[in-house]
Design a protein around this ligand. Structure first.
Ligand code: NAD
Length: 356
């Protein structure tokens, strides 16, 4: 299969393959759209089974960023980078500096930040080579730093919306939530849910992350392979994507899916499959936009944590608009979100009003 007829290619503006023998860097930068501004999206470092899977991930994540940034009302297009993790090329200053040079070489068409497998510190090394990077250490109450707590806040507010829409409950007190992955976002989300009185079930493949959750919070632990099938009200995927498939959906017991992970649906058709099984799905890139909102405020400067929080507080109204339209039309929420995002991109302007 060629790149141009790749099922996820979807008219990407450009695709960049980077190899730096000195540091061992192998990376792909996908730029889906710059219609609304520079293509912005994090850098994921992951050990992929092969290059083709890495490419598919980059393409899907990149298009998702176009849609996410559009609906969040940001002056950003969509892009994403994946670094192919390899034991022969461990994380190093040189690796991230080489990545920074690649980003710099794109002349501002792509703005990076941390995603799974990367940290604020890694972005500091990227920043030694380019200014087209965000998610850097913050000072005082200015916007910036690790976006995960803000992402978790947006997901928490989105879960409140979904619970109200589907279960008619005004509070999360006693609501049972299964959180898949207690990493940067998942653990912060668990803290917020616990404060709100929710009952937590968790799983993680990383023992240290699980231990931290266990030390801090009253959690029920289940095996990673069982988590998504837990008998709960809400499933909050906060690990990796592609977990909602024709195989898994019929076995789910949650009535709501609302979490941070990108690309939760394996295919577009899985959105309709969720409806058939009576499950309300909060489109991933709508509910998890808090991090990129934080990144945007940091990148464009002169903003505060308070302004970021005000923007993140608008995530529920966007979800409410999608849920209401889904109720009225019977259409899947993912399809409605995609259509909304494409309308914004086609109009060439960021969304400032809610009109799913
Ligand atoms: P992270 O790497 O800190 O956490 C992910 C956690 O999931 C890790 O603890 C990992 O061990 C665990 N995990 C992986 N596979 C698992 C499995 N099969 N079962 C259970 N646990 C598993 O990443 P993060 O920054 O918390 O991001 C989580 C997800 O949210 C990702 O999909 C990311 O793209 C998305 N996201 C993150 C942000 C952000 O601000 N960090 C913003 C938007 C979207």
């Amino acid at each position: 299969m060629g790149v141009f007829d790749h099922p996820e290619f979807d008219q990407h503006e450009s695709l960049h393959f980077i190899q730096d023998p000195g540091s061992g860097l192998m990376a792909i930068i996908a730029i889906h759209s710059t219609a609304l501004g520079p293509a912005a999206g994090g850098c994921r470092r992951w050990q992929y089974a092969d290059d083709a899977i890495a490419l598919t991930d980059a393409l899907r994540l990149s298009r998702g960023m176009t849609y996410k940034n559009a609906i969040a009302g940001l002056k950003f297009g969509g892009g994403k980078a994946v670094i192919l993790a390899d034991e022969s090329a461990p994380k190093s200053t040189e690796l991230f500096r080489a990545f920074g040079r690649a980003v710099e070489g794109l002349g501002g068409r792509y703005v990076t930040a941390e995603d799974v497998g990367c940290t604020v510190d890694d972005m500091r090394y990227v920043n030694q080579e380019t200014d087209y990077v965000s998610g850097l250490p913050k000072s005082g109450d200015s916007a910036g730093g690790d976006p995960s707590p803000i992402t978790a806040l947006g997901v928490f507010l989105g879960i409140q919306s979904a619970v109200k829409a589907r279960l008619g409950a005004e509070s999360l007190h006693g609501i049972r939530v299964a959180v898949q992955g207690v990493g940067h976002v998942g653990l912060n989300l668990c803290r917020l849910l616990h404060e709100a009185g929710a009952k937590l079930t968790v799983a993680d493949v990383n023992h240290n992350h699980l231990q931290q959750a266990r030390d801090e919070l009253p959690v029920i632990e289940v095996a990673p392979g069982e988590l998504i099938y837990s008998d709960v009200d809400v499933l909050a995927p906060c690990a990796l994507g592609n977990i909602l498939t024709s195989v898994t959906i019929p076995k789910l017991r949650a009535r709501i899916i609302a979490g941070a992970a990108n690309n939760q649906l394996a295919t577009e058709a899985d959105g309709a499959r969720l409806i058939e099984h009576g499950i309300l799905y909060a489109p991933d890139y709508v509910i998890n936009a808090g991090g990129i909102i934080n990144v945007a405020h940091e990148y464009y400067g002169n903003s505060s944590e308070e302004r970021v929080r005000d923007e993140v507080a608008r995530i529920p109204e966007r979800l409410d608009a999608i849920f209401a339209k889904a109720d009225a039309t019977g259409q899947p929420t993912n399809v409605l979100a995609d259509e909304w995002a494409r309308r914004i991109v086609a109009a060439g302007r960021s969304e400032s009003t809610v009109a799913a």
